[in-house]
Write a protein that binds this ligand. Structure first.
Ligand code: C2E
Ligand code: MG
Ligand code: MG
Ligand code: MG
Length: 278
């Protein structure tokens, strides 16, 4: 039956595929244009340190205002930027911009920058970080890079070498979206990350279901034993916060505390008297 339908099915889907490919190609052209004409901005979302009861870090999140389509979500354009290799140039812009802005923040506040696998595996990567730190004057220990387990997929050796190099410079390394990859635990043994970011999917139901709570507690305890910090991602309500605090999570990030804000609003957020206990 499949054979018989083969041609018809093919003819039927071809125009749709074409349209998808055209849309992708257009997105690629638009991304190039965006980089050249400065359509990207960074927003920053605070990460609240529960022990110190203050903001300890802001995660930089890339924003793109397309001239005709309006805001395009990173989950739509980052994958295209990765497939086309454009992420290397975009990521370089992000690194410089994040360090430049963070250099104006109080010295106890760090900036966290997302780095995608292709960007990380690019041979010039540690040099780009070095340049961004030098040009901005941001001390290396105030920069944290966030990588996901997927950077390890094409082999660990080169990746570990770069991680050690960055660590040697004083840059902090966080493992993002922890728990969603394939063999998370082996990566924890390969490298002493500074921080584990517990994926939102576990945080979502941490106050409701026992299995989510058990998994979060296990990650927090594991991180403690490995002397790593933990950030819970996507905290949206008070019950989640109370649960996470009780479990000994080091910091929280999410809409409950603050949505990502524009660069100009960062200092105001830091100055606001805020407490997670409020
Ligand atoms: P991520 O690194 O895991 O970032 C967290 C995402 O969760 C952000 O989405 C943030 O806005 C969102 N978020 C934070 N708190 C909450 C919450 O309480 N509820 C909900 N529903 N969402 C929350 P965003 O900004 O859309 O970014 C999506 C992803 O795009 C990021 O996930 C990251 O993987 C990627 N990304 C963003 N900026 C960059 C960048 O500069 N470079 C690279 N390579 N990737 C980036
Ligand atoms: Mg992240
Ligand atoms: Mg994340
Ligand atoms: Mg995520």
């Amino acid at each position: 039956r499949a054979k018989q339908d083969g041609r018809g099915v093919f003819r039927f889907f071809e125009p749709a595929l074409d349209a998808a490919a055209r849309k992708r190609r257009q997105l690629e052209l638009d991304l190039r244009e965006a980089l050249l004409t400065g359509q990207f901005r960074l927003n920053y979302q605070p990460i609240f340190d529960l022990a110190k009861d203050r903001i300890g870090c802001f995660e930089s999140l890339l924003r793109w205002e397309h001239p005709t389509r309006g805001n395009v979500s990173p989950s739509e354009f980052i994958p295209v930027a990765e497939e086309t290799g454009l992420i290397v140039a975009i990521g370089e812009w992000v690194m410089h911009e994040a360090c430049r802005q963070a250099a104006d923040w109080p010295s106890h506040v760090r900036v966290a920058v997302n780095v995608s696998p292709l960007q990380f595996r690019n041979s010039g990567f540690s040099n780009i970080i070095f340049q961004a730190l030098t040009r901005s004057g941001l001390p290396a220990n105030r920069l944290e890079i966030e990588i996901t387990e997927s950077v390890f997929l094409e082999g660990e050796d080169g990746v570990l070498q770069v991680l050690h190099q960055l660590r040697g410079m004083g840059v902090r390394i966080a493992l993002d979206d922890f728990g969603t990859g394939y063999s998370s635990l082996s990566y924890l043994r390969s490298f002493p990350f500074d921080k584990i970011k517990i994926d939102k999917s576990f945080v979502d139901r941490v106050a409701q279901d026992e299995s989510s709570a058990a998994i979060v507690l296990a990650i927090v305890d594991l991180a403690k034993a490995l002397k790593m910090e933990t950030t819970a991602e996507g905290v949206e309500d008070r019950d989640q916060l109370d649960q996470l605090r009780g479990q000994g999570c080091s910091s929280i990030q999410g809409y409950w505390f603050s949505r990502p804000v524009e660069g100009g609003a960062v200092l105001d957020l830091i100055a606001e008297p805020m407490s997670a206990a409020a």
